[in-house]
Unconditional design. Structure first.
Length: 162
């Protein structure tokens, strides 16, 4: 039986804030990487010998963390994932929108400052005005298929802070 989470992880989705969920590492990439790491750790038998090489490493806590990431997989905020308390989600739900691009106050909204600075959603909004929402959504689906990940934006933001 297919779960609601599995369906959500495999369908194109735009978060309330306008970020494409398919570009988020927490959706499928990080869980996949964590599963692969767990596979290698198990196959190489780290539990049997890592304490001799790295005595300060709390291996049980490390594995607990890897297991958590391996089983995480965010289904997106439209399906109950994302930040537990999100003023953008609350605002969109209050106005009856699936995302902020549909709101007439998008350009001046202060709630979206982080997404505008980090993910460049202003560029997405401009692109929507140029190709339409359906056209932009197809472009996002294609970028997802090509393996685009928001890590590009997140690393850039960290470098500008340093």
């Amino acid at each position: 039986m297919v779960t609601k989470k599995e369906v959500a992880l495999n369908e194109p989705q735009i978060a309330f804030c306008g970020v494409c969920c398919g570009h988020c590492g927490m959706r499928t990439r990080i869980p996949r990487i964590a599963k692969e790491l767990k596979r290698f750790v198990d196959a190489y038998g780290y539990a049997d010998w890592i304490g001799h090489v790295a005595p300060d490493l709390d291996f049980r806590s490390f594995i607990k963390g890897v297991d958590w990431f391996a089983g995480s997989g965010c289904p997106g905020c439209l399906h109950g994932g994302g930040m537990p308390v999100c003023e953008v989600r609350n605002c969109c739900k209050g106005k009856g929108f699936n995302n902020c691009f549909l709101c007439s106050e998008f350009a001046k909204c202060g709630r979206l400052q982080y997404q505008k600075e980090t993910y460049g959603i202003d560029d997405s909004y401009a692109r929507i005005k140029h190709v339409g929402y359906a056209g932009w959504l197809k472009e996002q689906e294609q970028k997802t298929k090509e393996g685009f990940d928001n890590i590009h934006f997140l690393e850039k933001k960290r470098l500008t802070k340093a």
